[in-house]
Design a binder for this molecule. Structure first.
Ligand code: MG
Length: 175
């Protein structure tokens, strides 16, 4: 069994959709980014690539590569899954935390779980998405990006991705 962790952080800016796990949430701002900026998918991708020994999202999908400009992060996740399958790996479960002050994710959690589960090739019950705020503390809570410019920031952390060798899957079912 392998366990990975991923983390990502995007500034929220006007004029962009707020995407989490391939689902657009109602919000007047969205993640800035070279791709569509889906911060949760980026964190999941890193959590999958690490334990597979396949590098990270930046090395596989470098920002600045023109064919990746504006690309759906769900497409990047599909490509990541192709790479994992090529190594004989599959996903056991993922457990995600999204810290976000501006939008409440709870009503959208079922859709986000279903969307990620579809891409990961697992049942929605194997995908956990938890929402947190920072209670007004820190950069996320204050709504300031690290440069002090006005703008909310979003953050997603992902822990416990367990890409498994196929023969290990039965063991995972007991987790
Ligand atoms: Mg990112």
């Amino acid at each position: 069994m392998r366990i990975g962790a991923g983390w990502d952080f995007h500034r929220l800016v006007p004029g962009r959709p707020l995407l989490l796990g391939g689902v657009e949430l109602p919000c007047d701002r969205g993640e800035d980014g070279f791709s569509d900026g889906d911060v949760l998918v980026h964190a999941v991708i890193d959590a999958l690539l690490g334990p597979a020994g396949l590098g990270d999202i930046g090395s596989n999908f470098p920002p600045g590569r023109e064919d990746l400009r504006g690309i759906s992060s769900m497409v990047l996740l599909e490509r990541t899954m192709d790479m994992l399958r090529g190594e004989g790996l599959s996903v056991g479960n993922v457990d995600c935390i999204v810290a976000l002050e501006e939008a409440r994710i709870l009503p959208h959690v079922p859709a986000i779980r279903a969307s990620l589960a579809r891409a990961l090739g697992v049942a929605p019950a194997r995908v956990s998405v938890k929402g947190k705020t920072r209670e007004g503390l820190g950069d996320v809570g204050e709504g300031h990006d690290p440069d002090g410019a006005r703008g909310r920031v979003g953050e997603a952390a992902h822990e416990g991705a367990r890409p498994l060798d196929r023969h290990e899957e039965a063991a995972l079912c007991a987790v």
